[in-house]
Write a protein that binds this ligand. Sequence first.
Ligand code: AMP
Length: 419
Amino acid sequence: MSGEKIKAPRGTYDVLGEQAAARARIEELARTLLEGAGYERIETPVFEATDLFARGVGDSTDIVRKEMFTFEDAGGRSLTLRPEGTAPVCRAFIEHGMHKRRMPVKLWYLSCFFRHERAQAGRYREFWQVGAETIGSDDPAVDAESITLCARVLEQVGARGVRLRLSSLGSPETRAAYRDKLTDHLRANETRLSDEVRARIDLNPLRAFDSEHEGTLAVMETAPLLIDELAADDLEHFAEVRALLEVAGVPYELDPTLVRGLDYYTRTVFEFTSDALGAQSGVGGGGRYDRLVEQLGGAATPGMGWAAGIERMLLAAGEAPQPAPEVDLFVALADDGEETRRCAFKLLQAARSAALPAQMELAGRSLKGQLSGAAALGARFVAIVSGEESRLKDMQDGGQQTIATDTVVHTVLRAQRAL
Ligand code: AMP
């Protein structure tokens, strides 16, 4: 049977070569930064009970209504590939009784997420996020700490043209009252709105702020703003978050129209955008979710978190040149005899045991081909093995010496120490 080519599903991609190296670099810098700040790594399952997201993220959000990969397992249970990380982390917090730990509990993750969105540059159906959640404190310092850590990750990744938008959504009660006020405003101007916004006036009026439709934009210019309706304690909390960001030297723009696509947010919300990205300019974002743990069946516990997209960060950082992986020793074969191959293979193992990054010729090339391959790899030394004897070549100064094959590793290590 002749095989027809099978392609990766729409909105997914393979990670190859340099991309893998760039991703590893982000993982490493995130780990260093977040673990240095006291965050512990957490990984939750790739799929969860659908109800977790319906209740956690919110039934009326785009994510839950349109974007989830939901399926039934053989036992008839509804499961969903995780579309975001906060609800699963809160589920794990409750399930493992983490409220008994010293508060706040600080957790970070680097995981893949799934959303059935229209695929385009920077928007995928499987994408990766690095994120951090701080659960168990409503101190404004937690908000400022979260935002500054996200800012540092973006800075260290090298994301260009980064801007921070900041707002506060207050409490769910304030939001409910505001929602009614906004709905009234939208109803009063219904004929000027886009069909999409009009259809969702009752379901999610806040999303009208996201619309780019001309008529809707005009209506939103005179719309009431949530920030003007906040209760005194929420305003005070927000003022302190802002003061701490100023202390930390993190510039931000107040944006009272900032609407995040998830229902669980309370008080502080933020989004980092990058001018280097196109339409999908959001590179990271998050906020406070003081009711989420309770909503998922835990005790009332405040929380704050953020996530930044790995693919968007890579795009925002541009094509930064990646350092090639090091090769300290390339083991070349002077002839195609059995003895030479065995001595060479033994040398390769000795190099690895001594923690020397080493590679060996594996495709029977001519010596000339092997040497040019070693040069292309940037190998520091090449051992041209001829049985028990090897010619060790220093690729930087061109120097050569003939030595016993089983002393090559020792000689390379000594030369490196002298460098
Ligand atoms: P959100 O969970 O929607 O707040 O997204 C947080 C970050 O994840 C965004 O700022 C993006 O960097 C990234 N992100 C969200 N959705 C996608 C997607 N479909 N493809 C790639 N990255 C995404």
